[in-house]
Design a protein around this ligand. Structure first.
Ligand SMILES: [Zn+2]
Length: 273
């Protein structure tokens, strides 16, 4: 079922925990921290596989089929998304989800508009393998694809049950939602709310602490990225607002990851569930 992308994994056998990501892994330019799953089809950080599968099994007990719409995404893919939005070739939305005319905006306005919905290449949490966009495969209307819009996860939407399930249970498997489902939503001016985006708290927090403006600047130095001068000029500010400006994980999510690591040290893979 599992297939290592390389012989190296990001799980440290010595500690039962995980090793810090290398800079190239952190910024989406290497895959050595990842494991490919076939069912469900996704690419995850090696130490996130078991917690995710445990959470998926628990959701299934409640009739929810936790499907990844997106898991790992690399630097080059994020560049394509970024440049497409900047050039007006992909839909660009304002914070309220209304379409914007990219070419009518100044370069700085364009960068800011993109950042509400898409990360800077090198700064996507999807680079880490700790973060996924999920939907409920059991609730997806026949013949449709998930749109990943807030209305699907709001009361009356097909994934409202999943939204409530994640709010109630994700933390005990070590996961949380970093974009806009916490009490600070109204104050945050970073990424727009994404109820579908889940993150493995302990490993992602470690990644976040390592993704400094300098690491990001180095990753962007040789990229063919639209808006590069504006990004370089305001990198610290964008980083503070859109990279660091996420909701804090609940303590229970961090504690769950520690309990999982301890269980693996004891060779008891099943105790987490
Ligand atoms: Zn996402």
């Amino acid at each position: 079922m599992l297939r290592g992308v390389t012989s190296d994994t990001a799980t440290s056998a010595a500690s039962g925990s995980f090793r810090p990501l290398f800079v190239d892994e952190l910024t989406g330019r290497a895959r050595s921290h990842l494991v490919a799953l076939e069912d469900p089809h996704c690419l995850l950080h090696a130490a996130v596989v078991q917690p995710f599968l445990a959470m998926r099994a628990a959701a299934l007990q409640d009739g929810i089929v936790l499907e990844p719409a997106s898991s790992f995404r690399d630097f080059d893919r994020q560049c394509l998304i970024w440049n497409g939005k900047y050039r007006g070739e992909r839909a660009l939305l304002d914070r309220q989800g209304q379409p914007l005319d990219a070419l009518a905006l100044s370069p700085a306005e364009r960068v800011e508009a993109i950042l509400c919905w898409s990360a800077l290449p090198g700064a996507s949490r999807h680079h880490w393998g700790t973060d996924l966009d999920v939907y409920d495969g059991a609730a997806l209307p026949a013949g449709e694809r998930p749109q990943l819009v807030p209305a699907e996860y709001a009361p009356g939407g097909p994934f409202a049950r999943l939204d409530a399930w994640l709010a109630a249970h994700a933390a005990r498997f070590g996961f949380f939602r970093p974009y806009g489902v916490g009490p600070t939503d109204a104050l945050r001016e970073g990424v727009a709310p994404e109820p579908w985006h889940i993150s493995h708290a302990a490993i992602a927090m470690d990644c976040l602490s390592r993704l400094t403006p300098d690491v990001l600047r180095e990753a962007l130095a040789t990229a063919a990225l639209e808006g590069a001068p504006e990004i370089a000029a305001r990198l610290e500010g964008w980083h503070a607002r859109f990279v660091l400006g996420v909701d804090d994980p609940p303590a229970i999510a961090l504690a769950a990851a520690q309990a999982d690591a301890s269980a693996r040290e004891l060779g008891d893979h099943g105790s987490m569930v």
